[in-house]
Every structure is written in C-alpha cells, then in structure tokens.
Design a protein around this ligand. Structure first.
Ligand code: CP
Length: 312
C-alpha cells in the first residue's frame, strides 16, 4: 500500500495497514543507522522545521537527526526564540515560515489540536510531536517498532500502562496503536490519574498494581506529568511510589520475560527504580534508538517515499 496523507496528527485516525506501513518502512532505516556513514539522499533539497512550544530532549533531537540522516536541511524554533513571545499568533508564525518554503513542520504544543489546526491551514506537511494531553504519534510508533523486535506477535499481547494516564498523550496514542494491532491493553493508576472518559477507551482498568502486573507481557511506566496537573492528584510522592512504582520487589511478581518500557524522561525512583530502568528487562534506550529510524520513515513517507524503493 501507499501512504496518502499529507500530515501525521494522530494514531487514532490511522488504519492498522498504515501503522504497519510506517513500521515496515522503518526497518531498512535501522540498518542504515548502524552503518559508519548514516546519511542517505531521499530528502535532499527539503527543509524540515522543528517548532517546539514545550520542552523536549528525545523527540526534538530525534526528528532533527532523522531529517539530517535523510539529507534534509533542518531548523529549530522554540518558544523562547520565536516571535510568539512578542504576541504573534501561531498561525502567523507558521505562515511566515511557510513563506520561506519550509516543506515539513514538526510541532509540539501544550494545546490539544494545535498541530491539526496548523495542518488544515498550511500546505507543508505537519507532524504532531505531542499536543497537550492528546496524542504523541511518533512515540507510539517507536514503541511499536521496539516491541516488534521483542515479541512474536501483537495479537493477544498483554500490555499494562501504569501511572498518569489522564495527562499522558503517550498513553492515548499507545492505547490506539496497540489495540489496532491486536494487543490487549490495560491501565493501572489511582482514580485521580485516570481520564474521565476511561470507559470509552478500549482498555481494562486496574487500581491495584500488584494485581495488574502478574500476567502482563509488557509493562509501560509513565512519568507523573506535574506540569499538566492543576491541583495535587495524590497525597504524596512517597505514597504514589509505595502503590505504583516498579521496583526490584515488584519486578519479582511479574512474568519472567516481562518487557519494561518508558517514554522518557524518567523520574528515577518515582515511577521506576534505577536498577529496573537499567536492568535486563528494560528496552528504554532501544525505544530511543528506534525513534530515529521511525521518524526517518515518517518523514520519508510524507515526502512521497515508497517502502519498496531501494534507498542507497
Ligand atoms: N518521550 C518524549 O517525548 O520525550 P521528550 O519530552 O524529551 O521529547
């Protein structure tokens, strides 16, 4: 199949075939990234703009590296360096940048729907790099790509997402992505960290971590997103850790071959212990490595690339 969309805004709107197309397209890029010379030509002459209105280490760097590996020219603008600080609207900023013939805009914003708003008003392709509590599609795709390296099939795979589900765009994208590929997704959190519409999402809900972790193939831990919480949603960090942190003792209660994931940034000692994050079950740094290949695949497909084309 061919990629037909101008933009990548959500996982919710993608078909399983589109998700698999991106994952399949990422595979040869993984091989290219293991070479001594990692640069290939498909985006030569193209300009990719990173427009980040929220902090980022992984996503921003990963898109930047992905675009450079594909030979695109890149530029980055953040809140502190843009004229949005002087009162310019987001749309005017984007239109001005487009007037400089930017081809793709990678956008992170604290407002849900901001990348979609922009995608409907500019000709350049827009990629959602995280919008508020809504979605983070490329995080989900790199997670799926990492899981594909570690499991035989998504069909019936039992995945547990633990923590601040209410404020997590990563949880939302992964719930859609995993269930579309056939996995069985559960969430575990205190009631105050679950979204109000949780029953409308295709997930099982647990409130007790020790009960939830027993039979899961994958445990995906989330950071407490204090920057998105308007009020304290649990009594203390210590209490949260006692009830929901993945530590050495809890790890002993999981399946022997359980896979531990986290999107980063990690708060060591809060959602998981350092020795779990760095231990043999963890694929956290593999997720980061695969982020570059997956984002190369997304940029490549949005630029009209074909999965079956040989890339030198
Ligand atoms: N996982 C993730 O989105 O990390 P950053 O916030 O560092 O981009």
């Amino acid at each position: 199949m061919e990629w037909k969309r101008k933009d990548l805004i959500t996982i919710e709107e993608l078909t399983p075939e589109e998700i698999n197309l991106i994952l399949d397209t990422a595979e040869p890029f993984k091989e290219i990234l293991r070479r001594n010379i990692k640069k290939v030509p498909p985006l030569r002459g193209r300009t990719v703009l990173n427009l980040f209105f929220e902090p980022s280490t992984r996503t921003s760097a990963s898109f930047s590296i992905a675009a450079k590996r594909l030979s695109a020219e890149t530029m980055s603008i953040s809140t502190s360096t843009s004229s949005v600080k002087k009162g310019e609207t987001l749309l005017d900023t984007a239109r001005n940048l487009e007037a400089m013939r930017v081809d793709m805009v990678v956008m992170r914003h604290s407002c849900e729907g901001a990348p979609k708003f922009l995608s409907e008003r500019i000709e350049a392709s827009v990629i959602n790099a995280g919008d508020g509590n809504h979605e983070h599609p490329t995080q989900c795709l790199l997670d799926l790509s990492t899981l594909r390296e570690n499991v035989k099939t998504f069909k019936g795979l039992k995945v547990l997402i633990v923590g601040d589900i209410a404020h997590s765009r990563v949880a939302r994208s992964n719930i859609w992505g995993l269930t579309k590929l056939g996995a069985e997704v559960s969430v575990c959190a205190p009631p105050t960290l679950l979204p109000q519409n949780i029953e409308q999402l295709p997930v099982n809900v647990y409130y007790n971590m020790d009960e939830a972790i027993r039979d899961k193939d994958v445990i995906y831990l989330l950071r407490i997103q204090r920057e998105r919480q308007k009020v304290g949603l649990f009594p203390s960090t210590r209490e949260y850790m006692n009830l929901f942190s993945m530590d050495r003792d809890r790890l002993k209660k999981t399946k022997e071959d359980v896979i531990i994931m986290h999107p980063g940034p990690i708060n060591r000692g809060v959602e998981l212990d350092g020795d779990v994050a760095d231990g043999k079950h963890s694929v956290i740094l593999n997720q980061v490595t695969n982020g570059v290949a997956v984002r190369m695949a997304v940029l490549y497909l949005l630029n009209g690339g074909n999965k079956d084309e040989k890339i030198i």
